[in-house]
Design a protein around this ligand. Structure first.
Ligand code: TA6
Length: 291
């Protein structure tokens, strides 16, 4: 995604500016090691381009950058739940406006911290106090860490995902390893299935792999991307294929050919069975992506 031409609103440091992208404000990072963009709407990483590489992150050509809508592409922050176990789908974090808390930089890269706290609005959806921080480290690699602290006086349950859309040269010649073999198939009403160690995609895929290795590798004809997760209990792999792409108003019809989602996920079948976080404890989920 080209971020250099976007109009600057304010200059925060040598490497960090705030810029305008349609109806959302973004934190734009231009550093010797990499360029990146993070939307304050959703704390959503939109782009990560290490020096000498093409963008590792896929963004829909028809993505809508508007506070009313989740962004199609990038790294949606799905929290306090992943999936459709409650409303809205994938939680409210990706549709909330986050605040820039901190930014730091040195010769190795830039760190940006965004924050979101409980408000009257979040409490109408999920009636708990919390303090969430999304730390994005941009350098030779990209690390995204969600830390959601329970600031309530009672325990709450949550799940979540860092729903990364990766760029691939051609999905038809891409192979994925490290996701394990056991999965819950979202296209077969949640049937538990077993597959091989290597996944090639030539139709729609929507799977929750429940015994992944910490690192998943995605190889196309041009490069291998590595996704290393922690705090997860699953790796979700998703590609909507042609019909799925056509049915989404914010995805270009051929978009499925150059993307695959590989998601650092804490999966739960319901909010009641999701991870219990006691007062003063945190739910922490992270993903590191490099080429
Ligand atoms: O992570 C896979 C998934 O849950 C799929 O089921 C698919 O619907 C996708 O996320 C996108 O969800 P969204 O709500 O962004 O359209």
């Amino acid at each position: 995604m080209n971020i250099t031409h976007l109009p600057t609103i304010s200059v925060l440091s040598d490497s960090v500016t705030i810029a305008q992208l349609d109806d959302v404000k973004i934190v734009r990072i231009i550093h010797d090691k990499a360029e990146a963009a993070i939307s304050l709407h959703g704390a959503h990483v939109l782009s990560f381009t290490p020096k000498g590489q093409d963008d590792l992150i896929w963004m829909s050509k028809e993505a809508i950058f508007n506070p009313e809508k989740a962004i199609r592409g990038g790294v949606p922050v799905c929290w306090p739940w992943f999936g459709r176990i409650a409303n809205p789908a994938h939680g409210f974090a990706r549709n909330s406006t986050w605040t820039l808390i901190e930014h730091r930089e040195n010769e190795n890269g830039v760190m940006v911290v965004l924050g979101l706290e409980a408000s009257e609005e979040t409490k109408t959806i999920w009636p708990f106090e919390f303090e969430a921080r999304l730390t994005v480290e941009i350098g030779d690699q990209l690390t995204i860490t969600l830390d959601a602290k329970n600031t309530d006086d009672k325990a709450w349950n949550c799940s979540g995902a860092l729903h990364t859309y990766l760029n691939v040269a051609d999905i038809n010649t891409t192979t994925i390893t490290g996701m394990g073999s056991s999965y819950i198939d979202g296209l077969l009403e949640g049937k538990v299935c077993s597959g091989g160690d290597t996944l090639s995609i030539n139709a729609a895929v929507d799977r929750v792999y429940t015994q992944p290795e910490n690192t998943v590798l995605i190889s196309d004809t041009q490069r291998t991307l590595s996704v290393t997760n922690s705090g997860h209990n699953a790796a979700v792999i998703w590609n909507p294929w042609a019909e799925g792409a056509e049915s989404m108003g914010d995805m270009n019809n051929d978009g499925y050919q150059t993307m695959v989602c590989v998601e650092s996920t804490y999966h739960a079948a319901s909010l009641e069975t999701a991870k219990v976080i006691q007062p003063n404890e945190s739910f922490v989920l992270s993903t590191t992506i490099n080429a």
